[in-house]
Design a protein around this ligand. Structure first.
Ligand code: SF4
Length: 302
């Protein structure tokens, strides 16, 4: 079997991790590598398992995204979508089963199964809090399937559907840039990119995400940034916000991304082969609040 290669690529998430804590970045993008192999060193395997942990909010968001993805793909293939109550019931049943599996720590033997941060780190979560999370999943799904946005996508001509929940990429100065598109459709001369949000909206700088969409749209669909509309749909609050981006903003972000890539690559021993310097060269952050929510606390604070 050909050996997998850890290729360097950039993404908004990677940039956020790098800015949060360089040592966390090392764990998430280098330290875990090959941890899935049978003969992996114990620490590498542990880092790999920790990398796959997600907290309950991220897990809930993932389940909502999966439901929407399945429904939209079914519509695309002419398969009837189940009634929303049935979708909710199936999803919550699946979540209960994943919860039990995570609580029993099955992920230690089989790292591909659900691994919740709360279980690994023994975080106390009351029954009410778990129920609240399940309620949010239900609310998000009810809102989505009753929304005008879903209705509009459903009735949109199939040849105008471009992407549904796909890992996509484009190249910037020959570096692969990864992004995730929840749904994209062509409408007249414009392209609409939908972004489903499932948690409380934290005000954030959207310019990087918007510009990445614009780069991708330019390369893949050959449209200028002004023909792109980004529709953020917060499913928890049933709120829609629309954004656009200008050519100037996209150019500014290009400079930012290239700077971020340079910073990351300055910590490589061999940039050609994406081989990092020693772990110790990736500094640790001295902020207990960040470390408390960090997947790698166990292997870092030793
Ligand atoms: S525990 Fe703290 S210092 Fe260590 S990787 Fe995580 S955030 Fe960084």
């Amino acid at each position: 079997m050909t050996e997998l290669k850890n290729e360097f690529s950039w993404s908004k998430t990677r940039d956020e991790v790098f800015k949060t804590c360089p040592r966390q970045y090392w764990f998430a993008y280098y330290g875990y590598w090959n941890g899935w192999l049978e003969d992996a060193p114990e620490r590498t395997r542990q880092i790999y398992i920790l990398k796959n942990l997600k907290n309950r909010h991220a897990w809930a968001g993932e389940k909502v995204h999966e439901c929407i993805q399945r429904s939209l793909n079914n519509i695309r293939r002419g398969i009837k979508v189940l009634p929303v109550d049935e979708i909710i019931s199936i999803t919550l049943k699946l979540m209960r089963s994943e919860f039990r599996s995570s609580r029993a720590r099955n992920y230690l033997k089989n790292p591909r199964t659900c691994a919740l941060f709360e279980h690994e780190y023994g975080i106390e979560v009351t029954n009410e809090q778990w129920k609240e999370m399940a309620k949010n999943v239900e609310t998000c799904l009810k809102n989505f399937y009753a929304s005008d946005i879903y209705g509009g996508i459903k009735s949109h001509p199939r040849d105008g559907w471009l992407e549904v929940e796909e890992f996509s990429s484009f190249r910037l100065d020959n570096i692969k840039i990864n992004l995730m598109i929840d749904c994209a459709i062509r409408k007249g001369g414009n392209i609409l990119i939908y972004d489903w949000k499932t948690g409380k909206s934290i005000p954030e700088d959207l310019s990087i995400q918007l510009s990445c969409y614009a780069f991708y749209a330019m390369e893949k669909w050959h449209i200028p940034p002004q023909a792109l509309r980004i529709i953020e749909y917060n499913l928890s609050f049933n709120k829609v916000a629309e954004f656009s981006v200008t050519h100037g903003e996209v150019e500014d972000i290009k400079g930012y991304i290239l700077g971020s890539i340079k910073d990351m690559q300055s910590l490589l021993l061999d940039p050609e082969n994406n081989i990092p310097l020693d772990e110790d060269r990736f500094s640790k952050i001295e902020d207990e609040r960040v470390s408390l929510g960090c997947n790698f606390r166990k292997v870092c604070r030793v």
